[in-house]
Design a protein around this ligand. Structure first.
Ligand SMILES: *Cc1c(COP(=O)(O)O)cnc(C)c1O
Length: 395
């Protein structure tokens, strides 16, 4: 049996998205900046895609900028908010320790430019509190950037409350909504979100396309210089197949959000409950404030990487830590941030589901996992020490 359970890393392109992309590669290949009919046909598709994103986010089409993905949107949002703050002499940014590296590494760059960054430590349940944000706010705070939902442990942050606080304090609020878009309801007005990042390949759209929503009046700094595409905010001939695929995938995900979520939540909870029966395991992240498709646990005395290889042999595609950290020996910064000890964090497993997963697949995962854990523990010198009392169990 083949099971794809790594949808937080990327998803399969849906038929709906593919059908929207193909004509942009064949008949409708014009450059939307061209004044002739071929170009204007593409320009119409571009406008329609912009309207689709605006509609489902409750934004205006002019507030939507297409980028090369979630990473670029995160970079541009933070650099832009920094430039706006700097003009007012405000150079303090609030974020969290468990952001995606697209945010964390951009913040490092801002520090080199003289900004001060406060990274809030998430509580053990992986849900930042509004009080934490409130306490960190200073007179010189120019930006709060907090992810909508965490990509590893799936925890959903109190975005509407943080947005209201930032509005009250007159501070720009950006959220990396890459894991949330297409999976959770987003209303930039009701949630007081000033800037928001999206990536199409996390909701069955193509890779290499993202959206940066920026509220009207927020001046965006260019990350890519060149032509005047995207109202001069993002140069480069638009990735029309990608943009049309992204819009079709987003509309599809938003229209079927509740039914997809109900299906995924039932599979997720069955998996979480089943896997948590394995001795010396612990679930990571809040059980309720959680993405419909996220399953994340740590198993003591095991290396996550070995678990992934054995799962792969059984046809199951999963992840341990984030896509960027798997392959390196450093445990996930997200798991460390919620207080998991190094050795425990090393034994992590993330299974991220989509609406394509079935109950049969969940039963299959639940059938093979105990064997895999036992097999790896039998070979593990660390487990041997734990079992003989030379080392204390931590979970
Ligand atoms: C995947 C992801 C990104 C990066 O998006 P790309 O389109 O791959 O650049 C950023 N933030 C989060 C939370 C993600 O899950």
């Amino acid at each position: 049996m083949q099971v794809y359970a790594d949808n937080a890393a990327t998803t399969a392109v849906s038929k709906t998205a593919l059908d929207a992309m193909l004509p942009m590669l064949t008949d409708c290949y014009g450059n939307p900046s061209s004044l002739h009919t071929v170009g204007q046909k593409a320009a119409e598709k571009l406008s329609a895609a912009r309207e689709t994103f605006a509609k489902y986010l409750n934004a205006q089409p002019a507030e939507i900028t297409f980028t090369s993905g979630g990473s670029e949107a995160d970079n541009q949002a933070i650099v832009s908010a920094g430039a706006i703050g700097e003009q007012k002499g405000k150079k303090h940014i609030i974020s969290t320790a468990f952001e995606h590296h697209a945010v964390l590494h951009t913040l490092k760059k801002m520090e080199k430019r003289g900004f001060e960054v406060t990274l809030l430590p998430p509580p053990e349940n992986g849900v930042i509190t509004v009080e934490q944000v409130k306490e960190a706010i200073r007179p010189d705070t120019c930006l709060v950037t907090i992810m909508f939902a965490n990509n590893e442990i799936g925890t959903i942050q109190p975005i509407a409350e943080i947005g209201a606080l930032c509005k009250e304090k007159n501070i720009l609020f950006h959220t990396d909504a890459v894991q949330a878009a297409g999976h959770l309801h987003i209303d930039v007005q009701a949630m007081h979100i000033d800037m928001l990042s999206i990536s199409a390949h996390k909701f069955h759209g193509p890779k290499g396309v993202g959206v940066l929503y920026a509220r009207k009046g927020i001046f965006l700094t260019n990350v890519i210089e060149g032509g005047s595409q995207e109202r001069g905010k993002r140069a480069g001939t638009e990735n029309m197949p990608g943009i049309c695929g992204a819009a079709a995938a987003f509309a599809d995900a938003c229209e079927h959000m509740d039914e997809n979520a109900a299906h995924m939540i039932s599979l997720r909870d069955k998996l979480l409950t089943g896997l948590a029966q394995i001795p010396h395991s612990i679930i990571n992240g809040d059980l309720k404030q959680r993405l419909p498709g996220n399953v994340n646990l740590c198993f003591e005395g095991i290396e996550g990487e070995s678990m992934l290889l054995l799962l792969d042999e059984k046809g199951i595609a999963a992840s341990s830590g984030s896509a960027c950290t798997s392959g390196s020996l450093e445990p996930s910064h997200v798991l460390l941030s919620i207080g998991r000890p190094h050795e425990v964090a090393h034994g992590s497993l993330r299974l991220s589901l989509s609406e394509y997963n079935t109950e049969k697949e969940i039963d299959y995962i639940l059938a093979v996992m105990p064997e895999i854990v036992n097999y790896l523990r039998e070979m593990s010198p660390v487990w041997d020490e734990l079992e003989h009392g030379q080392r204390k169990h931590q979970i």
